[in-house]
Design a protein around this ligand. Structure first.
Ligand SMILES: *Cc1c(COP(=O)(O)O)cnc(C)c1O
Length: 275
């Protein structure tokens, strides 16, 4: 699932296409997490996560993870992957595929060479925070999906709302893909547009009492962002339009709060935009 567009990737289709061209499919599974989506079962070769988001869950530690299925055959397309299939001068002249096999070649190069050279190592304290988060991930993801679905349904019916993007809504063009790849729900992030434009979007956010205005997303606490005035503020209105990041677009990341509390907060903030 893409952030912030919430596009649902047709993993099987893209895995087939990638494999026909001798390249691995790498899926960023940050938003659904392994609780709600298992890309390897649909043919993906490598999965990445920003653990800073749902996995940590509390915005306590920045981190990332690469998970290698160990199934992609680098040697069948050796000319494409010299870094894995020819001797590495910086690492005792070993050839990763020969020394570690298909299961170990990619991830050993990633950890033994790249992680070492770039220093992208998680501190022990941050690993500890992440581990605490992982212990409750399965419970939190359930509530994120329940809240995301309820908020999306509520917004879709609200007169101040122009449109809503959430794959759990039958009106979403990604609904069929979501039913296939995310049968137990996706995540808590909902994107929507307000009829009142940029000004209403700003007013809506300022009036929220539970959700905090933050660039961060996918957290136990609800947070909200107006990309046009923050992450994408360098773009003109025409450029925003072209990127699908409309000036009236809001990204609402539902936390694990009580569902009715969230709906009440959104309702009163929407009312304030009409005042
Ligand atoms: C935030 C995010 C990232 C980047 O992660 P950081 O931990 O902020 O570096 C990558 N992919 C997705 C889908 C994200 O939401």
């Amino acid at each position: 699932m893409a952030n912030p567009a919430l596009t649902v990737l047709d993993i099987e289709k893209f895995a087939d296409a990638a494999h026909r061209h001798g390249v691995p499919l790498i899926v960023d599974n940050t938003f659904p997490t392994p609780i709600h989506c298992r890309p390897f079962e649909w043919g993906a070769d490598i999965v990445t996560h920003s653990t800073t988001k749902y996995m940590d869950g509390h915005g306590a530690a920045v981190g990332g993870a690469i998970v290698d299925s160990g199934k992609f055959d680098w040697t069948a397309h050796a000319e494409k992957y010299p870094g894995l299939t020819t001797p590495d001068e910086s690492y005792h002249g070993i050839t990763y595929t020969e020394r570690f096999g298909l299961e170990g070649a990619y991830i050993t190069k990633a950890t033994a060479q790249l992680m070492r050279d770039f220093g992208a190592i998680q501190s022990p304290q941050h690993a500890f925070y992440l581990n605490l988060g992982l212990e409750s991930l399965h419970l939190r993801m359930k509530q994120h999906a329940i809240n995301g679905q309820a908020v999306a349904e509520f917004l879709e019916k609200h007169p101040a709302v122009k449109s809503v993007e959430y794959a759990g809504l039958p009106s979403s063009k990604y609904h069929a893909l979501a039913q296939k790849y995310l049968p137990e729900g996706g995540c808590g992030v909902v994107s929507f547009r307000l009829k009142g434009g940029r000004e209403a979007a700003q007013k809506f956010m300022e009036n929220l009492k539970i959700a905090a205005i933050e660039t961060h997303v996918a957290d136990a606490r609800s947070c909200v962002l107006h990309p046009a005035s923050t992450t994408h503020r360098q773009l003109t209105d025409a450029e925003l339009e072209a990127a699908g990041v409309y000036s009236d677009l809001i990204r609402f990341s539902c936390g694990i709060e009580d569902t009715q509390d969230l709906l009440d907060d959104i309702a009163q903030a929407l009312e304030a935009t009409e005042a």
